[in-house]
Each structure stands twice: as structure tokens, then as C-alpha cells.
Design a protein around this ligand. Structure first.
Ligand code: C2O
Ligand code: CU
Ligand code: CU
Length: 442
């Protein structure tokens, strides 16, 4: 690849924190701090990285190593997690057991395997008990792995818009016990740090919307006026072929890569977040009306019409019968208890021991009154349909509806060590709905 092209994608963002050092190494400096930003007339300080909302865009390619010098200028502990990456959870890599104290620093080194899929990932803090509060104040940033998906000609021709979806509370107060139990939601939604931004699309061209649900608890049911959404990638990378959707639901932590074709009369079209009932209404969480997140605005015309791609990238199902089948029961106890298999999180305990290289099938049962989005670190999974066939999509978060169950297949590949699975409604994670998986040799 020519040096110029390589530079371009590194510096595509304003105020990029990434600079290319030696080949294959992406050097980044991140500082977590409190700061003010002109957003939604809030007087309360935001918390974030390098005084930006969202945090700076990190871009890398498979085979690169992220070398991230991190400083904590907050008054409480924090750390970093690289959500969705298939990388080591040990040492100074994607290790959520690392804690960086106030005023302290830590250098993360995350080696991205040479065969890592291209896709939309993100980073955020992961301090048990503090994660919801930190993310809700703004601590989250996008992380893109560039590669084969971006090189599909139609995708490469599309105008790219990153939609980091964050919600905030303009009052900035502490959440009530009820808000913590249901999962806090804010009255202001920012899309990559802007309120109701205008996203350009060329007539007869394509726009690429890369949405990241970086909110602590809010679900997004996305729909665009008069345009179908052409779904090309999930949490973990490309689908085998484009799928046309009227709408798509993103639970906290999930991502979607969507193409839109500019084949309507030029104008402005609203991108909606439609109401979704995730339960917990018994605790008086008011129903939220539909909200406009952004506007897609026609601007100019493509030199020549760009069609939607049909085929994307070959898809490799997880093969082999499961060595082990396990059940995880998610429950909401009395008195702010959020449990997995009857237990609240304990960092010192290893709840699930798996053998490196094994394929396992996990059944996640939700006996609670609210939906719980289940997330596993390090290894993405494939969700099994009712007939037992795996969806041809890689995910790392799956919504488990209240009273429902979801089965998934996962291979514990490449990386030994301890990491976690949890509900990605971050208040629930902070209140205990998290477990430790140990990946070892026996
Ligand atoms: Cu997005 Cu355990 O996290
Ligand atoms: Cu994660
Ligand atoms: Cu939950």
C-alpha cells in the first residue's frame, strides 16, 4: 500500500490522536479528564478523552499494534477496554483488571492479529461500579479496523459518516436508585458529539453510516425517512451479502454498518430513534417518544451512479460440534441485585473455565423484567436460530429479551487469560451482572 493512502486514513479525523510511528505501530496518547463542551446547554462537566466528545478516532489495520499512552486526570480510578477486538486480555493488552489511579498513567499495547476482521469497534472504561457513570458522562471513542470491508469498491466509494451515539443528562446529577436499576438514560442524544447533525449524501451516490451504541443504557431503533438501510456489517465485521432493512435495533454496545443509496428526490431526510420497550416499566421508566438523531441531506451528485454491493466478504461459520454446553441465567434480585447464575460479580472468582481452542454453546436465559444485552470480551460469537442454525454474522453483544433465551456458539481461539462477560446496560454490569471466564490449557 502506498504511503500516502496509509497516511490518509490515519488522519481522516479532526484532532486525531493517532500518528504512525514505525510501520505496524499506531501511537496514541489519551488523557481522561473532565471538561466542558457546548452541547445541549449543560452546565455539568463532561468526562472524556483529550477533551473531545466522543474520544478521538483510532484507526488501525490488522497486524498493527496499538501503543496507547494513557493518563488519568480524573479524580477516580479508570481504565480502558477495547470493545469487540479479538486480542489478548492479559498484561498491558485488553486487560479490564488493570486500574489506573487518579493522576496515574499506563501504557497499553494491543497487538491486533494479522487476520483480524475489519470493522467498527470502540473503547470505553471498564471499572466495576463506575463504568456506567463514566460512560454516561462521555467516556467512549470509536476504533476502526480498516481492511477488506473498506476495499469493496462500492463501500470505498461511499461517503463515510461515523455515528457514535451517546446520551447525556444535562443536569449532571447522580442517578436515583430507580434510574440505576432500569439503567440510566439522558435527555440529550449526541451523534459523534453533535446534536442533530446533517449528514451529506450525493444524489445517486452512497452514504455509509457506521453506528456505535456508546450509551450506558439507551437502545436505538434506527429508521431513515424514505430510504431502506442496506446492512453490510455487524459488531464483528462484514456480512456475506447486503441485507435491506426498514429499521435496525442497536442494544448498548452493538454496532451496525449501513449503506444508504441517494435515489430519492434531493432534500433532507430524518434519521429516527423509534421507541423500543426494553422492560422495566414497572419501575416507572417513562416511555420515550420517537426522536430525531440526524438528518441525511442531499448535496451534489455522484459522477456516476453507485449501486449497492450485493456480495461482501466470504463468511466462515464456526465449525465443529460444541465440546461444552453451558447455561447462564440472568436475573434481577431484590434490592439492586443483578446476577448471573445467582451470583454477583467478584473479580477474584473465575466463574467459567474454558479450554483454549474449544467450541462451546452457551444458552443465555433471562428470567428478569427487563431486556439484558449480553456481551462477551475477546471472542466474537454466532447466534443460533430456533432450528439450531447459526446466523451468518459475527456479534459480541446480543439482546436477550425479558423472559426469553438466546443460544450462541463461540470458539475460544488464540488468547489465554481471564476476561469477562456481562450485561451491557452498564448500570446492571456495575450492580453485579458480570462474570469471569478463564481461558486456559486444560
Ligand atoms: Cu463494551 Cu465489557 O464492554
Ligand atoms: Cu467489551
Ligand atoms: Cu441488564
Amino acid at each position: 500500500m502506498a504511503g500516502v493512502t496509509r497516511r490518509q486514513f490515519l488522519c481522516a479525523c479532526a484532532g486525531a490522536a493517532a500518528a504512525r510511528g514505525e510501520p505496524g505501530q499506531v501511537d496514541i496518547e489519551l488523557e481522561a479528564s473532565a471538561f466542558s463542551a457546548p452541547l445541549g446547554s449543560t452546565g455539568a462537566p463532561f468526562w472524556g478523552y483529550n477533551n473531545q466528545l466522543p474520544g478521538p478516532l483510532i484507526e488501525a489495520r490488522a497486524g498493527d499494534t496499538l501503543r496507547l499512552r494513557f493518563r488519568n486526570a480524573l479524580r477516580e480510578h479508570t481504565n480502558l477496554h477495547f470493545h469487540g477486538l479479538h486480542v489478548s486480555p492479559e498484561g498491558n493488552a485488553d486487560n479490564v483488571f488493570v486500574m489506573v489511579e487518579p493522576g496515574g498513567g499506563f501504557t497499553y499495547e494491543v497487538a491486533i492479529p494479522p487476520d483480524h476482521p475489519s470493522g467498527t469497534f470502540w473503547y470505553h472504561p471498564h471499572v466495576h461500579g463506575r463504568t456506567a457513570g463514566q460512560v454516561f458522562r462521555g467516556m467512549a471513542g470509536p476504533l476502526l479496523i480498516r481492511g477488506a470491508l473498506d476495499e469493496i469498491p462500492e463501500v470505498a466509494a461511499a461517503k463515510e459518516h461515523l455515528l457514535v451515539l451517546q446520551d447525556f443528562d444535562p443536569g449532571g446529577g447522580e442517578p436515583s436508585p430507580t434510574e440505576r436499576m432500569t439503567g440510566r438514560e439522558g435527555d440529550v442524544v449526541a451523534v459523534s458529539g453533535r446534536i442533530r447533525p446533517r449528514l451529506a449524501i450525493e444524489r445517486d451516490g452512497l452514504a455509509r453510516l457506521r453506528a456505535i451504541n456508546a450509551s450506558a443504557s439507551r437502545y436505538y431503533r434506527l429508521r431513515l425517512d424514505d430510504h431502506p438501510l442496506a446492512w453490510i456489517a455487524t459488531d464483528g465485521g462484514a456480512l456475506p451479502g447486503t441485507r435491506l432493512l426498514d429499521e435496525i435495533l442497536l442494544a448498548p454496545g452493538q454496532r451496525a454498518d449501513l449503506l444508504v443509496r441517494g435515489d430519492r428526490p434531493p432534500g433532507a431526510y430524518r434519521l429516527w430513534n423509534l421507541p423500543y420497550d426494553r422492560g422495566g416499566m414497572g419501575m416507572m421508566r417513562p416511555a420515550r417518544p420517537a426522536e430525531v438523531l440526524a438528518e441525511l441531506v442531499y448535496d451534489g451528485a455522484a459522477e456516476r451512479p453507485v449501486p449497492l454491493p450485493e456480495r461482501l466478504l466470504p463468511f466462515q461459520p464456526i465449525e465443529g460440534g460444541p465440546a461444552v454446553t453451558r447455561v447462564f441465567q440472568l436475573s434481577e434480585g431484590m434490592m439492586m441485585q443483578f446476577l448471573i447464575n445467582g451470583r454477583a460479580f467478584d473479580a477474584a472468582r473465575t466463574d467459567t473455565r474454558v479450554r483454549l481452542g474449544d467450541v462451546e454453546e452457551w444458552e443465555i436465559r433471562n428470567t428478569g423484567q427487563m431486556d439484558h444485552p449480553f456481551h462477551l470480551h475477546v471472542n466474537p460469537f454466532q447466534v443460533l436460530g430456533p432450528a439450531g442454525a447459526a446466523e451468518d454474522a459475527w456479534r459480541d453483544v446480543v439482546n436477550v429479551p425479558r423472559g426469553g433465551r438466546v443460544r450462541l456458539r463461540v470458539r475460544f481461539a488464540d488468547f489465554p487469560g481471564r476476561t469477562v462477560y456481562h450485561c451491557h446496560i452498564l448500570d446492571h454490569e456495575d450492580l453485579g451482572m458480570m462474570g469471569v471466564v478463564g481461558m486456559g490449557g486444560d
